[in-house]
Design a protein around this ligand. Structure first.
Ligand code: FAS
Length: 394
């Protein structure tokens, strides 16, 4: 079988690449290891940032793929119980961020791609990549009934996340991994409990906590915990007690907890993000701590750059975008890594100084004070939250 692009993975990155290529009339096949039910139910990110909204708008897809209400552009920081509302909108013209949970985006991207006649193959097993440095790479896989298939293509989009197969197909030493372990653990909890009026970040001596909307009747919470902590050390009562004390809200409404997971905050970047005819997109190339909501939005950014580069190549034999893909993505990746790192350090050092010590705690408190009192600092924060390219490079 032959196609132009084989996309590996049907998460936000893979499905966005597939839809954008489809819109450009470019043939592609998506191979997803899991079932459609599994992939479309996975709850993770909760906000599609302004830049990504405008990207879908520019491709004529926003109405079909974005769900959820507009984000009102207000973020709440609560420091030792004191509330500070901060704008995360830069006031530019055009649609703003949407409170669109990741599973809603994935469901809509899947439905749109299939409705437009897209070729999406679930439960594609044992995917392997070959001849990536030749002109016609091949991708092999098998279906559950044992049938084996081979696809030849012009390009492979590795959209298979942090534990995928694409990166392993690159020879040892061709990619450099830059990683950082923040030494911070988070218990993340999903619950059918009322969402907050605004996304809430809380700094307290008891440790960091956050409360984010994940739909009209559900919320995602984060609680700082020791990196090697275990979920069975967090029964429901302890979760709600810790949230009430750290969020400074004794009357916080609770609800059935539907998911709980502990993970270490870490950041990872693979450089370059391409090898021969393989292009890594989204988590397959980078992991960013959930602070600032950049993980999924970076995947959408990469997908847009890759799809435009392929379109330029197919329409005009112009390889500029393909050659510059990694450099252009990495500029944005490091910008968002720096922002997430700044925000992660600030909200954790400012609270629990047993980990960072009083000097770093005061530095973090000074950064918060600047954010709440300086227009320039608030403007820079809003620009970074929108994901829009700085004025200079727009
Ligand atoms: P994904 O991992 O989503 O998708 C990869 C796909 O490839 C999967 O469907 C997988 O089944 C498939 N696959 C893997 N190996 C394969 C193989 N060998 N063959 C075929 N298919 C294969 N980001 C934010 O922006 N904001 C947040 O608030 C946020 N919160 C998060 C909370 C948690 C608990 C976690 C874990 C992540 C969070 N993220 C957040 C980050 C997350 O949203 C990722 O950035 C996003 O899923 C990246 O999308 P993809 O790159 O498509 O990777």
């Amino acid at each position: 079988e032959s196609t132009t692009v084989v996309v590996i993975g049907a998460g936000p990155a893979g499905l966005t690449v597939a839809n954008l290529l489809r819109r450009s009339g470019i043939d592609c096949v998506v191979l997803e290891r899991r079932s459609r039910e599994y992939v479309t139910q996975r709850q993770r990110a909760g906000i599609v940032e302004t830049r990504a909204v405008r990207m879908f708008e520019a491709w004529g897809l926003a109405d079909r793929v974005l769900g959820g209400p507009p984000h009102d552009g207000i973020l709440e920081f609560r420091v030792d119980g004191e509330s500070h509302l901060v704008s995360d909108s830069d006031g530019s013209e055009g649609p703003g961020a949407r409170l669109c949970p990741q599973q809603v985006l994935v469901q809509n991207l899947t439905a749109t791609y299939l409705a437009d006649g897209g070729d999406l193959r679930f439960e594609a097993l044992d995917v392997s990549l070959h001849d990536l440095t030749g002109d016609r790479p091949t991708v092999r896989y098998r279906t559950a009934d044992g049938t084996r298939s081979t696809l030849t293509c012009d390009f492979v989009a590795g959209c298979d996340g942090d534990h995928g197969v694409s990166r392993t197909a690159v020879p040892e030493g061709a990619l450099t991994a830059h990683s950082l372990d923040h030494g911070i653990g988070w218990l993340t909890v999903l619950a059918d409990a009322p969402p907050p009026a605004h996304p809430l970040l809380a700094v307290s001596a008891h440790g960091f906590a956050a409360h984010f909307p994940r739909g009209p009747h559900s919320s995602r919470y984060y609680l700082q915990c020791p990196p090697d902590d275990r979920t069975d050390a967090w029964p429901d009562a302890r979760v709600w007690d810790a949230l009430r004390s750290r969020l400074g809200d004794p009357a916080l409404a609770s609800g059935p907890i539907t998911d709980r997971e502990i993970f270490r905050l870490r950041s990872l970047v693979h450089d370059p993000m391409q090898h021969g005819r393989l292009f890594l997109v989204g988590d397959a190339a980078h992991i960013v701590s959930p602070m600032g909501g950049k993980g999924m939005n970076l995947a959408l950014y990469d997908a847009d750059l890759f799809a435009r580069a392929v379109r330029d190549f197919v329409d005009d034999q112009d390889e500029t975008g393909l050659r510059a893909y990694s450099r252009r993505c990495l500029r944005r990746v490091w910008n968002d890594q720096e922002f997430s790192h700044w925000l992660t350090r600030t909200v954790h050092d400012a609270g629990d100084d047993t980990r960072s010590g009083p000097f770093l705690r005061n530095l973090a408190r000074a950064r918060l004070d600047r954010l709440f009192t300086s227009r320039a600092a608030a403007g820079a924060f809003a620009e970074l939250m929108t994901g829009l390219d700085p004025e200079s490079s727009r």
